[in-house]
Design a protein around this ligand. Structure first.
Ligand SMILES: Cc1cc2nc3c(=O)[nH]c(=O)nc-3n(C[C@H](O)[C@H](O)[C@H](O)COP(=O)(O)OP(=O)(O)OC[C@H]3O[C@@H](n4cnc5c(N)ncnc54)[C@H](O)[C@@H]3O)c2cc1C
Length: 453
């Protein structure tokens, strides 16, 4: 292998983190093999390895920016396939803290479509890439390392058809870089231990949030001043929220969520009652549409960060990202975007290493830690406000107490100050860091609002 051209990277897992990563690695490796246990459909169809794909998925604005950067023309392609573009403050009717926010044009554009369409469109594009190959129906079962176990040198896998056959052979594939994009249930902690490394510490914060989702046909000749409706929960006393989310083909996803163990029911009568409890605007809209699926529930929404970035000893040439690194409470819609940001951080580390892969893996894990931190603070900061939440502790130093007080005032100002709302959206959509809310102009507005209120 020449120093400036790396020959092969293996990405384990062909879900969103795997797709982003394959795309960035194709700029740096002659061959990128994506190993996936499922057989991948050609179109926008569900598959067993990513069961969450049936739930609504929003790609945050930072994710959309990266999509456009890495897959030029993809946004238009999605819209041509029926995805719905929307202005975050004009097309979305938002109720937060019990107040409807004013609608105004901001140019903060997003696109809504099914997760299945997004993933299938990215996959289709990558299948055409000369350097990327999907190897489907294979289950990775372990890592291969060099003799000193200082460096991962490939993977062990077995073909799924052979699994029932007891003599299923384990095969090996060598690579110059191996990426774990295997999701929340990634076996990497065990694999690391078997190579003589320690498993990472985990931070787990659970606000006991449950989802229920049901798909509807949008009412014929639907006329309203919104394309999407969002009702947010407010800790510590209002655990319920709801969303009407447009997808391609005139479909509405009606999602309702309850934090703090106020789980929404999945039977029809219970679903209806929960919808009614969210208020007449939401309920009337839901009732005007025709259901086309049964309600599907989802629990297990804890945020779980495996702190690979903290491990002192790390095998070279091995990278863990996406949900395998950190899975977020999905209500905040961060997972796909943080996976994209992590893939970009990996590409940055490779570029910075100017032709030398050694050490990149460790530096990349540290970079993922930084990328993850902002999103983690947003997700868990809100979750820690619920009385039943377990895991994690709210720091009670003066700076943290001021931070919480200030964010509370920011949230109160959203209904009255457009500038504050746009700044808040930038943070929430992972376009800007939380620190940007503490810029003097924003602080002044927030403090003046709090004095007037
Ligand atoms: C209910 C719910 C709603 C969500 N909503 C949003 C949202 O609105 N916005 C958002 O950005 N994110 C959302 N997320 C998070 C999002 O789904 C994930 O962050 C995203 O899919 C990235 O995950 P991943 O690719 O790391 O892992 P996964 O999606 O879990 O994929 C792992 C892949 O690895 C494969 N695999 C597993 N084991 C093996 C093996 N041994 N060998 C080979 N292949 C294997 C699996 O088949 C799968 O394809 C939501 C999650 C949930 C649960």
């Amino acid at each position: 292998m020449r120093n400036d051209i790396r020959s092969r990277a293996i990405v384990m897992g062909a879900s969103m983190a795997g797709l982003w990563t394959a795309r960035v690695l194709a700029d740096h490796f002659e061959q990128v093999l994506v190993l996936e246990r499922d057989h991948l459909p050609d179109g926008a169809e569900a598959r067993p390895g990513a069961p969450q794909s049936r739930q609504y998925h929003i790609l945050l604005r930072r994710g959309l920016q990266l999509l456009n950067e890495l897959f030029p023309g993809m946004e238009e392609e999605l819209i041509a396939a029926g995805a719905v573009p929307f202005d975050a403050t004009w097309d979305v009717k938002v109720r937060t803290r019990g107040r409807w926010l004013p609608q105004f044009k901001s140019g903060q554009w997003l696109v809504s479509c099914s997760r299945l369409l997004l993933e299938a469109t990215m996959r289709r594009r990558l299948r055409k890439h000369a350097r990327i190959r999907f190897v489907e129906g294979v289950e990775v079962v372990g890592l291969e390392a060099d003799e000193q176990r200082l460096r991962v040198s490939g993977v062990h896998f077995r073909r799924r058809q052979a699994q029932e056959n007891e003599a299923a052979t384990i095969e090996s594939l060598a690579a110059d870089l191996v990426v774990d994009a295997l999701g929340r249930r990634s076996p990497t902690p065990t694999w690391l231990e078997s190579l003589g490394y320690t498993a990472p510490q985990e931070s787990v914060i659970d606000s006991f949030l449950g989802y229920v989702t049901r798909r509807y046909r949008q009412p014929k000749n639907f006329q309203a001043d919104w394309r999407m409706m969002l009702l947010t929960a407010t800790p510590p006393h209002m655990p319920r929220g709801g969303l009407i989310f447009p997808e391609e083909n005139g479909v509405w996803v009606v999602m309702m969520a309850g934090a703090n163990k106020d789980y929404p029911p999945t039977d029809e009568a219970g679903f209806d009652e929960f919808a009614q409890s969210l208020g007449p605007e939401f309920y009337t809209a839901v009732r005007s549409a025709e259901p086309i699926s049964k309600p599907i529930g989802y629990r297990g929404t804890d945020s779980r960060w495996r702190h690979y970035e903290r491990l002192e000893r790390w095998p070279d040439r091995f990278v863990v990202l996406g949900d395998a690194f950190c899975g977020f409470n999905p209500i905040y819609g961060q997972g796909m975007t943080v996976a994209a940001m992590s893939a970009m951080a990996l590409a940055d580390e490779i570029r910075r290493s100017s032709g030398q892969l050694d050490g990149v893996a460790k530096r990349a894990e540290i970079a993922f830690g930084k990328v993850t931190k902002g999103a983690w603070l947003l997700a868990t900061g809100a979750d820690l406000e619920w009385p039943e939440t377990i895991g994690g502790e709210r720091s009670n130093g003066p700076a943290e107490r001021f931070g919480r007080w200030y964010i509370d005032k920011v949230l109160s100002a959203l209904a009255d100050d457009q500038r504050v709302r746009l700044a808040f959206n930038d943070v929430n959509q992972l376009v800007k860091p939380i620190a940007s809310l503490f810029a003097p102009e924003i602080m002044l507005r927030v403090l003046l609002h709090s004095v007037k209120a």
